[in-house]
Design a binder for this molecule. Sequence first.
Ligand code: URA
Length: 209
Amino acid sequence: MSTVTVVDHPLVQHKLTLMRDKTRSTRGFRELLSEIALLLAYDATRDLDLTTVEIETPLESMEAPILKGRKPVLMSILRAGNGLLDGMLTLIPSARVAHIGLYRDPETLQPVEYYFKVPDHMEERVVLVVDPMLATGHSAIAAVKRLKELGPRSIRFICLLAAPEGIAAFQAAHPDVPIFTAAIDRQLNDHGYICPGLGDAGDRMYGTR
Ligand code: URA
């Protein structure tokens, strides 16, 4: 079974509380999401492979560590996933960015892909799939399934909040993909919202309704 890492750093927990507050402005919500995204990405990338390169410091030459292989990819699940990109790109400025768009077919209730754009050489890259809310898990499961068709070097899933139901469904579908989240909330309600949660992440970050 894949691991679930709750990033319990005090700064992450503090910022998450500010985001949950329904009186938080759109601007404040977006800024906090970006700040937390950086901290989540820091934790989710701590096992990236390193190699060494010979460099000259002002004093002498040395074999120094450097990231190995092609640039990592951040894959945003549209639209709310985009809210995590800024902060993560601050931490990993040379990362490549992929997007996947899915909607739910009203009759079959299955996710249908409407957009998919990724960089080349995916089979050599580490991919961080990002979506703020792991609720039912349907979108995340479908996005990772599609991504696996490209055979990336490794995949990890990063969200802000996860519901126990979403974690169970995701782990059943993708036992090889670790999950990183800032918190695991109590449950989903009848409308598929995470409780206590923070509402609709996309609406709150873009000021829509
Ligand atoms: N998506 C959201 O934006 N919020 C939830 O609570 C669940 C899914």
